[in-house]
Design a protein around this ligand. Sequence first.
Ligand code: KG4
Ligand code: ZN
Length: 339
Amino acid sequence: MIVLGIETSCDETTAALVDDARVIRGQAVLSQMDHRRFGGVVPEIAARAHLTHLDRLIGAAFAQAGLDFEKADAIAATCGPGLIGGVMVGAMTAKAFSLALKKPFLAVNHLEAHALTPRLTGNVSFPYLLLLVSGGHCQLLAVEGVGRYRLYGTTRDDAVGEAFDKVAKLLDLGFPGGPTVERAAREGDAARFDLPHPMLGHDSMDFSFSGLKTAVRHAAHGRDLSPQDKAGLAASFQQAVCATLADRAARAAGQFRQDYPEGRVLVAAGGVACNLAVRESLAACAARAGLDFIVPPPALCTDNAAMVAWTGIEKLRLGLTDALDFAPRPHWPLTDLTE
Ligand code: KG4
Ligand code: ZN
């Protein structure tokens, strides 16, 4: 079984072919760089770029796999959540392929694609505890199966990736923010600035990052920041994030073990899971909770089409195909999957 996956929900235009033996047969990616000078993703520019480049990238993915279009058994596209202009480009393209090739169409939830990636890269079995940390989301969930999620906690304000991006902008470190903050933090002394560790010990499994971001702004305010200041602030910020993520995940691990005694794994997914310090603190947290820690390789943590194709395979195996009148959804929580 081979599925074509299409991902266009933010600023990566990408197409991939994945088979049910968990092999990525072909993948073509365009990371849009036109947003750089705006310091953030501009939805209109993103949508137009997806429209311009997607067809060519799909062709490149098939060429890399050495396959004709007819060899795809189904077509999967991210149909939300995300920037709706881009999502519509991907969804409409997938529907057109589906109609022309007479192959099933699969409407993939972008968060589910992140959530199921460890089953593509590591064959993890259900149930598992998931920390989803991306530019738009920060959630702890129990993954019971395809389409079956129990939400433990979520952010009350900013997503964690968004906080990284805003701090990068504040410190003038460049775009995209996460990797630049991580790089700066490597050179900095985390003890130099005393930043709050939001929600530490709070008796929910929720997150909050806007106070931390504001604390970085206050610490930076009115100073002519030297490179050491910036590195120190980046390091203090990253350490506060790591402490918060580990604390919240530890709390969720306790709940998860109670709810699913057979569960053995903590998974991290989404762009922020690329961060080495985040990975280390979560690995330590999992070890303390008696869980294995699994995180996909960085290229499959950030947005990619292989995860969309894989989710297509998972859905197709269960016969969960979608009708061609499926309407793309800018907001589409994981707890609202109909299957
Ligand atoms: O999953 P993703 O590619 O897209 C969304 O679905 O949002 O995540 C993007 C987010 C961005 O906020 C980016 O700054 C963050 O992931 N990110 C990182 C790192 N690499 C990407 N955050 C911290 N450290 C990194 N190395
Ligand atoms: Zn994503």
